[in-house]
Ligand binder design. Structure first.
Ligand SMILES: Cc1cc2nc3c(=O)[nH]c(=O)nc-3n(C[C@H](O)[C@H](O)[C@H](O)COP(=O)(O)OP(=O)(O)OC[C@H]3O[C@@H](n4cnc5c(N)ncnc54)[C@H](O)[C@@H]3O)c2cc1C
Length: 450
């Protein structure tokens, strides 16, 4: 029986295993992870710390699921991959042979060699072990510093504030998540962070972390010479592929494991998916590395087709991402660069409460929607997928925005305010169309048949 070994029990590896098993009951599947014995939702780690969930609740499948589906779980670290002999070496010196190998080994937190980064109380946040360490490291801590203003940094700030720990947040750029967000949204999020009593220091870089004489952190010093006393330092300066165990192998890597559109590496029968994979030639409009949850799932689903005999290229469709900044939910459909491209026209609307906003980038000449960001509104992802794939105009999208609204009827709706702002800016006379379930279902059907 053919043996498919998957390194990584995250969303990409597990999705791939499930989709292989759905189509093929005649292969042996092993999922290997050194982190935890069972798959859990990494995006829910923060809720464990904040007391909203127990670890058990973050496991999407019952523990019995794996045996029932003939998927063997191996809870060990792989230290070496020998592609000549199709063999994996574990930390306990035991070998495992494979016929096909899927690398789904995820990311690790970036540390940039700062003085003091190995002191007790200094850590990143990626793994379940990081969460446990954070539990220990923050006991009786009154003041924490977070280094790096991105999505994991803001989650860490929320976690710490939930335990009334004072937080100073160092952000190197002049605006929050400014490499992704446009200036108005960066400002909106900055105001919101400050409302949560976080001290936000923009244009501020970490220089070094100071030892208290016992090997634990006492303070940090910024590049402009300011010393900030703290007993905990969260390093959230981005992530990078977790691939150091492959350095002696024949598998070609750059920042990640290099793959083509079929997730094939340079080595026969070895594939890579999820955060650790780097496309040699990315799909148009996409980046070489895609380090988000839903793309990991798409990678896993697509590769399962190839493994089961239907060679399938990765065709992800329009980009989508979602996240949360304290109480503000964020969704992004299509491409919205932080600073618009020359052919982009930008419509931006913000509610006076400053918690709800919408940005639409569209083509200047054709008015075709290029991307849309929303803050504090819940919209239907699938409809945006259809609209972006069809090349729908921004005006048609805005008119039909009620169809996309996910919020229950009794929530305040903003479509009229948004369209009025658009009319004012562009001298149009548009009006929102009443929500139509028939239209929504038709659009979704088109997407399914596409
Ligand atoms: C705190 C946090 C919040 C996040 N929130 C969001 C969010 O809101 N939305 C979103 O889209 N994304 C979010 N992400 C990112 C998202 O979780 C990742 O993109 C996704 O989990 C990557 O999945 P993966 O399957 O590629 O790898 P991973 O989930 O990283 O799984 C890889 C597994 O492989 C194991 N492994 C690696 N090397 C070896 C080895 N040599 N031997 C054995 N096992 C090994 C690792 O230990 C790990 O368990 C968040 C990430 C973090 C850390």
């Amino acid at each position: 029986m053919q043996h498919i070994a998957i390194i990584g029990n995250g969303i990409s590896g597990v999705t791939c295993a499930r989709y292989i098993r759905k189509q093929n009951s005649d292969v042996k599947i092993s999922i290997i992870s050194g982190e935890t014995s069972h798959f859990f939702s990494r995006t829910a780690l923060m809720y464990i710390y904040m007391g909203h969930m127990k670890f058990e609740h973050t496991k999407p499948y019952e523990d019995s699921f794996w045996k029932k589906n003939g998927i063997e779980l191996i809870h060990k670290y792989v230290t070496k991959v020998d592609t000549d002999n199709k063999s994996l070496l574990f930390e306990d010196d035991i070998n495992l042979n494979y016929d096909k190998l899927i690398l789904a080994c995820g990311s690790k937190s970036n540390f940039f060699g700062w003085e003091g980064q190995d002191l007790k109380g200094v850590q990143g946040l990626y793994s379940f072990q990081d969460l446990q360490e954070m539990e220990n490291n923050t006991t009786n801590v009154q003041h924490a510093v977070i280094v790096g203003g991105g999505l994991i940094g803001i989650e860490m700030a929320e976690m710490l504030r939930s335990r009334n720990i004072d937080v100073t947040f160092l952000v190197r750029e002049g605006g929050f998540w400014r490499n992704v967000l446009a200036e108005q949204e960066a400002k909106l999020i900055e105001r919101h962070i400050k409302e949560h009593h976080v001290e936000l220091l923009m244009n501020t870089e970490l220089d070094k972390i100071v030892d208290d004489g016992t090997g634990a952190v006492k303070s940090v010093i910024t590049k402009d010479g300011k010393e900030i006393p703290c007993r905990f330092v969260g390093i959230t300066a981005g992530v990078s592929p977790n691939i150091s165990f492959l350095k002696d192998s024949k598998i070609e890597t750059n920042r990640g494991i290099l793959i083509n559109e079929y997730f094939e590496t340079n080595t026969a029968d070895v594939y890579a998916i999820g955060d650790c994979a780097e496309f040699n030639t990315p799909v148009e409009g996409r980046r070489p590395l895609e380090q988000v949850w839903y793309t990991g799932r798409m990678h896993g689903q697509t590769l399962a087709q190839t493994i089961c005999g239907t060679k399938t290229a990765y065709k992800p469709g329009p980009w989508f991402n979602s996240a949360k900044f304290f109480d503000i939910e964020y969704q992004n459909y299509g491409m919205i660069p932080a600073d618009p491209a020359p052919n982009h026209e930008v419509f931006y609307w913000e509610d006076t409460t400053s918690k709800i906003a919408l940005r639409a980038n569209f083509d200047k000449a054709s008015k075709k929607l290029i991307g849309l960001n929303v803050f504090g509104l819940r919209l239907r992802h699938e409809l945006f997928d259809t609209w972006l794939k069809k090349g729908t105009s921004v005006e048609e999208v805005l008119v039909h925005l009620p169809d996309a609204n996910f919020d229950p009827e009794f929530y305040k709706h903003y479509e009229l305010d948004i369209i009025n702002a658009y009319n004012q800016q562009y001298g149009t006379n548009l009006a929102p169309k009443k929500k139509s379930w028939k239209r929504i279902l038709n659009n979704l059907k088109k997407l399914q048949n596409a």
